[in-house]
Design a protein around this ligand. Structure first.
Ligand code: SF4
Length: 295
Protein backbone atom coordinates (compact mmCIF):
# COMPACT_ATOMS: atom_id res chain seq x y z
CA UNK A 1 0.00 0.00 0.00
CA UNK A 2 1.28 3.42 -0.88
CA UNK A 3 0.44 6.66 0.79
CA UNK A 4 1.18 10.27 -0.03
CA UNK A 5 1.23 13.11 2.51
CA UNK A 6 -0.43 12.96 5.91
CA UNK A 7 -3.46 10.70 5.78
CA UNK A 8 -6.52 11.82 7.78
CA UNK A 9 -9.48 9.63 8.68
CA UNK A 10 -12.48 9.97 11.02
CA UNK A 11 -11.94 8.58 14.56
CA UNK A 12 -14.60 5.93 13.93
CA UNK A 13 -12.45 4.54 11.07
CA UNK A 14 -9.48 3.83 13.36
CA UNK A 15 -9.82 0.09 12.66
CA UNK A 16 -10.39 0.44 8.91
CA UNK A 17 -8.04 -0.30 6.07
CA UNK A 18 -7.22 3.11 4.61
CA UNK A 19 -6.74 3.37 0.87
CA UNK A 20 -6.15 6.71 -0.83
CA UNK A 21 -8.47 6.90 -3.82
CA UNK A 22 -7.91 10.64 -4.15
CA UNK A 23 -5.17 12.93 -2.87
CA UNK A 24 -5.82 16.16 -0.90
CA UNK A 25 -9.15 18.04 -1.18
CA UNK A 26 -10.90 19.57 -4.22
CA UNK A 27 -12.33 22.37 -2.04
CA UNK A 28 -9.34 23.14 0.20
CA UNK A 29 -10.78 26.50 1.23
CA UNK A 30 -12.31 25.97 4.68
CA UNK A 31 -10.96 28.76 6.86
CA UNK A 32 -10.20 26.51 9.86
CA UNK A 33 -8.66 23.58 7.95
CA UNK A 34 -4.95 23.09 7.41
CA UNK A 35 -5.05 19.42 6.47
CA UNK A 36 -4.14 19.82 2.82
CA UNK A 37 -2.69 23.35 2.70
CA UNK A 38 -0.33 23.70 -0.26
CA UNK A 39 -1.29 20.34 -1.76
CA UNK A 40 -2.99 19.93 -5.13
CA UNK A 41 -6.06 17.71 -5.41
CA UNK A 42 -5.85 14.81 -7.81
CA UNK A 43 -7.48 11.49 -8.48
CA UNK A 44 -5.47 8.28 -8.32
CA UNK A 45 -5.86 5.90 -11.28
CA UNK A 46 -8.28 3.07 -10.41
CA UNK A 47 -5.68 0.43 -11.29
CA UNK A 48 -3.34 1.89 -8.62
CA UNK A 49 -6.12 1.80 -6.04
CA UNK A 50 -6.83 -1.84 -6.94
CA UNK A 51 -3.11 -2.66 -6.66
CA UNK A 52 -3.26 -1.28 -3.11
CA UNK A 53 -6.26 -3.49 -2.37
CA UNK A 54 -4.25 -6.48 -3.67
CA UNK A 55 -1.31 -5.54 -1.40
CA UNK A 56 -3.66 -5.28 1.58
CA UNK A 57 -5.10 -8.72 0.82
CA UNK A 58 -1.58 -10.18 0.76
CA UNK A 59 -0.77 -8.53 4.11
CA UNK A 60 -4.05 -9.06 6.00
CA UNK A 61 -5.56 -12.03 4.12
CA UNK A 62 -9.05 -12.17 2.62
CA UNK A 63 -10.69 -12.33 6.08
CA UNK A 64 -8.55 -9.64 7.66
CA UNK A 65 -10.42 -6.55 6.46
CA UNK A 66 -13.98 -5.71 7.52
CA UNK A 67 -14.11 -1.97 6.88
CA UNK A 68 -12.35 0.29 4.38
CA UNK A 69 -12.03 4.07 4.38
CA UNK A 70 -11.28 5.69 1.02
CA UNK A 71 -9.11 8.75 1.73
CA UNK A 72 -8.43 11.69 1.17
CA UNK A 73 -10.56 14.72 1.89
CA UNK A 74 -13.49 14.42 -0.53
CA UNK A 75 -13.44 11.08 -2.34
CA UNK A 76 -17.18 11.48 -2.98
CA UNK A 77 -16.26 13.65 -5.99
CA UNK A 78 -14.99 10.61 -7.90
CA UNK A 79 -17.12 9.70 -10.92
CA UNK A 80 -19.70 7.00 -10.23
CA UNK A 81 -18.00 4.40 -12.44
CA UNK A 82 -14.71 4.79 -10.53
CA UNK A 83 -16.38 4.47 -7.15
CA UNK A 84 -18.31 1.42 -8.36
CA UNK A 85 -15.14 -0.20 -9.75
CA UNK A 86 -13.27 0.39 -6.46
CA UNK A 87 -16.20 -0.85 -4.35
CA UNK A 88 -16.63 -4.01 -6.42
CA UNK A 89 -12.88 -4.72 -6.42
CA UNK A 90 -12.77 -4.34 -2.63
CA UNK A 91 -15.72 -6.66 -2.08
CA UNK A 92 -14.24 -9.28 -4.42
CA UNK A 93 -11.00 -9.30 -2.38
CA UNK A 94 -12.46 -9.13 1.14
CA UNK A 95 -15.56 -11.33 1.52
CA UNK A 96 -16.15 -10.18 5.15
CA UNK A 97 -16.30 -6.52 4.17
CA UNK A 98 -19.09 -4.78 6.07
CA UNK A 99 -18.74 -1.25 4.79
CA UNK A 100 -16.67 1.11 2.68
CA UNK A 101 -16.75 4.77 3.62
CA UNK A 102 -15.35 8.10 2.43
CA UNK A 103 -15.48 11.83 3.08
CA UNK A 104 -17.98 13.93 1.12
CA UNK A 105 -18.83 17.60 1.66
CA UNK A 106 -22.44 18.60 1.07
CA UNK A 107 -21.42 20.81 -1.89
CA UNK A 108 -20.21 17.70 -3.75
CA UNK A 109 -23.00 15.30 -2.77
CA UNK A 110 -25.50 16.90 -5.12
CA UNK A 111 -23.26 16.36 -8.16
CA UNK A 112 -24.49 12.79 -8.59
CA UNK A 113 -28.05 11.75 -9.38
CA UNK A 114 -30.08 9.57 -7.05
CA UNK A 115 -29.57 6.63 -9.42
CA UNK A 116 -25.79 7.17 -9.39
CA UNK A 117 -25.69 7.19 -5.59
CA UNK A 118 -27.75 3.99 -5.60
CA UNK A 119 -25.10 2.39 -7.82
CA UNK A 120 -22.37 3.55 -5.43
CA UNK A 121 -24.26 2.07 -2.47
CA UNK A 122 -24.86 -1.20 -4.34
CA UNK A 123 -21.08 -1.44 -4.86
CA UNK A 124 -20.61 -1.42 -1.07
CA UNK A 125 -19.81 2.25 -0.39
CA UNK A 126 -22.54 2.71 2.15
CA UNK A 127 -21.41 5.47 4.50
CA UNK A 128 -20.27 9.06 3.89
CA UNK A 129 -18.54 11.20 6.51
CA UNK A 130 -19.43 14.83 5.91
CA UNK A 131 -18.03 17.87 7.70
CA UNK A 132 -20.79 20.45 7.96
CA UNK A 133 -19.28 22.18 11.01
CA UNK A 134 -22.24 24.58 11.41
CA UNK A 135 -25.78 25.06 10.22
CA UNK A 136 -25.64 28.83 10.72
CA UNK A 137 -25.61 30.63 7.36
CA UNK A 138 -23.34 33.45 8.57
CA UNK A 139 -20.82 31.04 10.07
CA UNK A 140 -20.84 28.75 7.02
CA UNK A 141 -20.07 31.73 4.82
CA UNK A 142 -17.38 33.03 7.17
CA UNK A 143 -15.56 29.69 7.36
CA UNK A 144 -15.91 29.29 3.59
CA UNK A 145 -17.54 25.88 3.73
CA UNK A 146 -18.98 26.31 0.26
CA UNK A 147 -22.53 25.41 1.21
CA UNK A 148 -25.62 27.12 2.65
CA UNK A 149 -27.86 25.54 5.29
CA UNK A 150 -30.55 24.96 2.65
CA UNK A 151 -28.07 23.29 0.28
CA UNK A 152 -26.82 21.06 3.11
CA UNK A 153 -30.37 19.89 3.89
CA UNK A 154 -30.97 19.08 0.21
CA UNK A 155 -27.61 17.29 -0.17
CA UNK A 156 -28.05 15.15 2.93
CA UNK A 157 -31.60 14.15 2.05
CA UNK A 158 -30.38 13.28 -1.45
CA UNK A 159 -27.70 10.74 -0.45
CA UNK A 160 -29.75 9.23 2.35
CA UNK A 161 -32.58 8.63 -0.13
CA UNK A 162 -30.14 6.38 -1.99
CA UNK A 163 -29.70 4.24 1.15
CA UNK A 164 -26.33 5.70 2.17
CA UNK A 165 -25.60 6.29 5.87
CA UNK A 166 -24.40 9.75 6.79
CA UNK A 167 -22.05 10.75 9.53
CA UNK A 168 -22.15 14.54 9.90
CA UNK A 169 -19.55 16.51 11.87
CA UNK A 170 -20.34 19.67 13.81
CA UNK A 171 -17.66 21.86 15.29
CA UNK A 172 -18.51 23.14 18.77
CA UNK A 173 -17.19 26.68 19.20
CA UNK A 174 -16.33 27.35 15.56
CA UNK A 175 -18.55 30.45 15.63
CA UNK A 176 -16.95 31.68 18.86
CA UNK A 177 -18.85 33.11 21.79
CA UNK A 178 -20.06 35.75 19.31
CA UNK A 179 -22.41 33.44 17.33
CA UNK A 180 -22.64 30.46 19.66
CA UNK A 181 -26.42 30.63 19.93
CA UNK A 182 -27.02 31.03 16.17
CA UNK A 183 -24.52 28.24 15.49
CA UNK A 184 -26.29 25.82 17.85
CA UNK A 185 -29.79 26.67 16.61
CA UNK A 186 -28.83 26.69 12.92
CA UNK A 187 -27.05 23.35 13.24
CA UNK A 188 -30.03 21.82 15.05
CA UNK A 189 -32.32 23.11 12.32
CA UNK A 190 -30.31 21.61 9.43
CA UNK A 191 -29.83 18.26 11.18
CA UNK A 192 -33.47 18.02 12.21
CA UNK A 193 -34.65 18.68 8.65
CA UNK A 194 -32.23 16.04 7.31
CA UNK A 195 -31.44 13.79 10.29
CA UNK A 196 -28.20 11.93 9.55
CA UNK A 197 -27.40 8.46 10.87
CA UNK A 198 -24.71 9.94 13.12
CA UNK A 199 -24.03 13.45 14.40
CA UNK A 200 -20.46 13.70 15.60
CA UNK A 201 -19.17 16.59 17.68
CA UNK A 202 -15.67 17.91 17.86
CA UNK A 203 -14.54 21.19 19.36
CA UNK A 204 -12.82 23.93 17.39
CA UNK A 205 -9.10 24.27 18.12
CA UNK A 206 -7.36 26.97 16.03
CA UNK A 207 -4.80 25.54 13.66
CA UNK A 208 -1.81 27.84 13.06
CA UNK A 209 -1.47 28.85 9.42
CA UNK A 210 -5.22 28.96 8.79
CA UNK A 211 -7.45 31.98 8.29
CA UNK A 212 -9.71 31.09 11.24
CA UNK A 213 -6.69 30.86 13.55
CA UNK A 214 -5.62 34.33 12.38
CA UNK A 215 -9.18 35.60 12.85
CA UNK A 216 -9.05 34.40 16.47
CA UNK A 217 -5.58 35.90 17.04
CA UNK A 218 -6.80 39.22 15.62
CA UNK A 219 -9.62 39.28 18.19
CA UNK A 220 -12.43 38.48 15.76
CA UNK A 221 -13.46 35.29 17.58
CA UNK A 222 -13.60 34.36 21.26
CA UNK A 223 -12.88 30.72 22.09
CA UNK A 224 -15.45 28.96 24.25
CA UNK A 225 -14.66 27.94 27.82
CA UNK A 226 -15.67 24.43 28.91
CA UNK A 227 -18.91 25.83 30.36
CA UNK A 228 -19.69 27.87 27.25
CA UNK A 229 -19.08 24.79 25.07
CA UNK A 230 -21.48 22.80 27.26
CA UNK A 231 -24.14 25.52 27.03
CA UNK A 232 -23.78 25.53 23.23
CA UNK A 233 -24.04 21.75 23.11
CA UNK A 234 -27.06 21.84 25.42
CA UNK A 235 -28.87 24.25 23.11
CA UNK A 236 -28.03 22.05 20.15
CA UNK A 237 -29.26 18.83 21.80
CA UNK A 238 -32.39 20.56 23.08
CA UNK A 239 -33.39 21.46 19.51
CA UNK A 240 -32.27 18.33 17.65
CA UNK A 241 -35.23 16.17 16.73
CA UNK A 242 -33.59 13.07 15.28
CA UNK A 243 -33.74 10.26 14.55
CA UNK A 244 -29.93 10.30 14.81
CA UNK A 245 -27.19 8.92 17.00
CA UNK A 246 -25.18 11.70 18.63
CA UNK A 247 -21.54 11.03 19.48
CA UNK A 248 -18.63 13.09 20.83
CA UNK A 249 -15.93 10.70 19.70
CA UNK A 250 -13.08 13.19 19.55
CA UNK A 251 -10.49 14.14 22.16
CA UNK A 252 -11.08 17.85 21.49
CA UNK A 253 -14.43 17.73 23.31
CA UNK A 254 -14.99 18.76 26.92
CA UNK A 255 -17.60 16.04 27.55
CA UNK A 256 -18.06 12.59 26.07
CA UNK A 257 -21.74 12.87 25.29
CA UNK A 258 -23.52 10.13 23.37
CA UNK A 259 -27.04 8.89 22.90
CA UNK A 260 -29.91 8.30 20.51
CA UNK A 261 -32.15 11.17 19.52
CA UNK A 262 -34.88 11.75 20.41
CA UNK A 263 -35.20 9.04 23.09
CA UNK A 264 -31.98 9.80 25.01
CA UNK A 265 -32.39 13.58 24.85
CA UNK A 266 -33.55 14.00 28.50
CA UNK A 267 -30.65 11.85 29.76
CA UNK A 268 -28.12 13.77 27.66
CA UNK A 269 -29.44 17.12 28.88
CA UNK A 270 -29.21 15.86 32.46
CA UNK A 271 -25.64 14.77 31.81
CA UNK A 272 -24.73 18.22 30.49
CA UNK A 273 -26.42 19.91 33.45
CA UNK A 274 -24.44 17.71 35.83
CA UNK A 275 -21.19 18.54 34.00
CA UNK A 276 -22.00 22.25 34.27
CA UNK A 277 -21.58 21.83 38.05
CA UNK A 278 -18.09 20.32 37.78
CA UNK A 279 -15.05 22.38 38.77
CA UNK A 280 -13.06 23.75 35.82
CA UNK A 281 -10.16 21.43 36.58
CA UNK A 282 -12.38 18.40 35.85
CA UNK A 283 -12.30 19.30 32.12
CA UNK A 284 -9.52 19.04 29.59
CA UNK A 285 -7.18 22.08 29.42
CA UNK A 286 -8.63 25.28 27.90
CA UNK A 287 -8.59 25.39 24.10
CA UNK A 288 -5.97 28.18 24.05
CA UNK A 289 -3.47 25.68 25.48
CA UNK A 290 -4.13 23.10 22.76
CA UNK A 291 -3.38 25.39 19.81
CA UNK A 292 -0.65 23.91 17.65
CA UNK A 293 -1.09 20.34 18.92
CA UNK A 294 -2.80 19.32 15.64
CA UNK A 295 -5.72 17.61 17.39
S1 SF4 B 1 -13.74 20.20 2.73
FE1 SF4 B 1 -12.79 19.13 4.48
S2 SF4 B 1 -10.70 18.64 3.84
FE2 SF4 B 1 -11.51 20.16 2.39
S3 SF4 B 1 -10.81 22.13 3.18
FE3 SF4 B 1 -12.85 21.77 4.04
S4 SF4 B 1 -12.52 20.72 6.03
FE4 SF4 B 1 -10.59 20.63 4.85
Amino acid sequence: MRCEGTVYRPPSEAGSLIIQATLACPHNKCAFCGMYTGRRFHVRPVNEVIEDLDSARRVYGPDGVETIFLADGNTAVLPTEKLVAIGEAARARFPNLQRITMYGSAKFLVKKSLEQWRQVAAAGITRIHSGLESGDAVTLRAINKGVTPEEAVAAYRHVMRAGIELSVYLMVGVAGVERSREHALGSASVLSQAPPTFIRLRTFIPHPGTAWHDHWRAGGLTLLSAYEALHETRLLVEHLEGPSMLLSDHMSNFLDLRGRLPEDKPAMLEEIDAALQWPLKAFRPPTERLVGLRL
